[in-house]
Design a protein around this ligand. Sequence first.
Ligand code: NAD
Length: 297
Amino acid sequence: MSVAWIGLGNMGGPMAANLVAAGTAVRGHDISEAAGRAAAGQGVEVVGSVADAVRDADIVFTMLPRGEHVREVLTAPDGVLANVRPGTLVVDESTIDIDLARELHRTTTDAGARFLDAPVSGGVSGAAAGTLTIMVGGRAEDLEEARPHLEVLGGRVVHAGDAGNGQAAKIVNNMMCGVILGVTCEAAVLSKRLGLDPATFHSIAASSSGDSWVLRTWYPEKGVVESAAVNRDFEGGFSVALLHKDLGLAVNAGESTGTSLPFVTRARDAMAALVDAGQADRDCTVLVRQVDGSLDA
Ligand code: NAD
């Protein structure tokens, strides 16, 4: 089976590398030379265009920032759909709008190919470890074809239902993550100001009712959780820009379904303020610097 991978960034890079490590030939492309170089160092055959990456592929994965990038990469004249063999399965791992995912299912089918929306959860550390949760929307038989690869990428592969349901699950999950991030940053600052040692408070909360994936993976105090971006001055990880996008998708979904989401709206606005403060490319846990006031200093 030959695999094409478009988008070799913070998530796509380590995911493609895991397929290579499992013995799969992966031909990849990214518009960023740095991302391409890093993937080449992990054994991905990096080529100069989407068309070159997908031409002989049995299955094509995309892992791109936003919906507009996925639409462009799929539908441009030099993009995926114009260059794959008939019937090729395209698996989008990015987090994008639910309606756009459904549109791309139709566009892909009309072009004679097949599509799955298959967004992931687990962060950069989960991507590197191959322990992502992958939530899949689309036809069960297409999922079964992709499953051997998806199981290399993630410890848990779940069929969420028809076209777009993978994105629906992802957007609801990430709005929970965004709200929990907000209160976890506030907890990190408040507990320290109350005189608690950060590692001690973390170990108490991790075995109490304040526990969460965000607490265990992203706790924004240096030296407490190895995988946390605070240890790397908020480089890499899950950017403010991308969490802002996901919370905006959730707010839109709330509006289109008549669902009031005040906590999510507040979290979205906190990310918007960080974007305005020039923090868009840093990891989203930089929110802790807004809570402790040091961002303005
Ligand atoms: P990223 O910005 O690090 O990587 C995206 C890559 O796509 C970049 O290297 C960029 O150069 C490349 N790209 C953009 N346009 C392209 C094009 N036209 N052709 C080829 N390459 C192109 O982003 P990421 O953190 O890897 O996130 C990717 C997706 O995964 C997003 O939708 C994000 O919401 C989602 N996600 C991220 C995380 C995380 O923790 N970072 C976790 C779960 C899901």
